[in-house]
Design a protein around this ligand. Structure first.
Ligand code: ADP
Ligand code: 5GP
Length: 193
């Protein structure tokens, strides 16, 4: 089969703990030459084994402000109180000029903004947790988030779930293999793999 000429961008959104990173890692493992994750800037400190430049560019609030003034972000949000996250315009150029398709893992508002800006070039995908109770179990099970931050994330989850209808596609992440199958079908629709 021939490779599609359309370079798609995939935007992953969900309440924290729903499985965005798991979905993105699945695509990067299955198609290492096709996809690359856009690395965002954040003012939160690294968690667990996270490395500067891999999961995030970990920067100070002052540097984040400077980057806002320089118009470096295509979008940014204060996702949690005092914690800023932003998508760098230069990440899209870097990944596309390497011939790869961009994957975004961003919060729900950031994802809807990216979709508005990128239009038909992008597919917005909402990863839906089976329930709030399961979301709590997954956040607790990940073992790298403080109890206080878990409560903040769960408090935000209800509001984030209400944005689900505004996304192009929804993947329910209950059974993991079934979620991968749903995701693979979406990718197959948009790429001649
Ligand atoms: P997010 O990136 O949306 O915050 P993660 O991908 O880090 O979420 O997933 C949160 C936790 O839940 C991780 O420990 C992950 O291994 C686990 N997880 C993800 N999907 C499933 C699933 N379908 N069943 C059980 N655990 C899952
Ligand atoms: P975490 O702290 O768990 O890595 O991320 C918290 C939330 O911030 C997640 O929903 C994640 O998708 C989101 N996020 C990460 N990078 C960005 C970004 O560049 N912009 C926006 N709007 N959200 C982001």
């Amino acid at each position: 089969m021939t490779q599609s000429y359309i370079i798609m961008i995939y935007i992953f959104c969900a309440p924290s703990g729903s499985g965005k990173s798991t979905m993105v890692k699945h695509l990067l493992t299955m198609h290492p030459d096709l996809f690359e994750l856009s690395v965002s800037c954040t003012t939160r400190p690294p968690r667990g084994q996270e490395v500067h430049g891999k999961e995030y560019y970990f920067i100070s609030v002052e540097e984040f402000q400077k980057r806002i003034e320089n118009d470096d972000f295509i979008e940014y949000e204060q996702v949690y109180e005092g914690l800023y996250y932003g998508t760098l315009k230069e990440e899209i150029d870097r990944i596309e000029s390497a011939g790869r398709q961009v994957l975004f893992d961003v919060d729900v508002k950031g994802g809807l903004n990216l979709k508005r800006i990128l239009g038909d070039k992008a597919v917005s995908i909402f990863i839906c947790p089976p329930s709030i109770d399961e979301l709590r179990r997954r956040l607790e099970g990940r073992g790298d988030t403080s109890p206080e931050m878990i409560e903040k994330r769960l408090a935000k989850a209800e509001e984030e779930l209400s944005y689900k209808p505004y996304f192009d596609r929804i993947v329910v992440n209950d059974d993991l293999n079934h979620a991968f199958e749903q995701l693979d079908a979406i990718i197959d629709e948009n790429n001649d793999l």
